[in-house]
Write a protein that binds this ligand. Structure first.
Ligand SMILES: [Zn+2]
Length: 103
């Protein structure tokens, strides 16, 4: 964990908590590299937990990732469909040639 406890230092005007969006008080937590601010350790931990499950910084990133995932799953379904159609065709073809050979 890389954060620091800021005490008795008024944050810039309108600064809010990155987790719960409440206005920050005289003491708050500041993330060392991200420059994000939190009311307290609970808010920091809540945000850190959220980022494990939803590691996207912006909604655009999330949309891009979801689009990629759905395009990939559609491709997998199309692949399975074409494979089963090919198998059905080959089976029918085998049946026809076998019947043709006998007759
Ligand atoms: Zn908060």
């Amino acid at each position: 964990m890389r954060f620091m406890l800021v005490n008795q230092e008024t944050p810039r005007l309108g600064a809010t908590c990155s987790a719960c969006a409440r206005p920050l008080g005289a003491s708050y937590l500041r993330h060392a590299s991200m420059q994000e601010r939190y009311c307290d350790y609970d808010c920091y931990r809540q945000q850190a937990t959220m980022e494990i499950f939803w590691p996207f910084r912006s909604s655009l990133e999330a949309i891009t990732a979801l689009t990629a995932i759905s395009a990939w799953s559609l491709m997998m379904q199309m692949g399975a469909l074409s494979r089963s159609l090919t198998e059905a065709y080959l089976r029918a073809h085998d049946l026809l040639t076998t019947e043709g050979g006998d007759g």
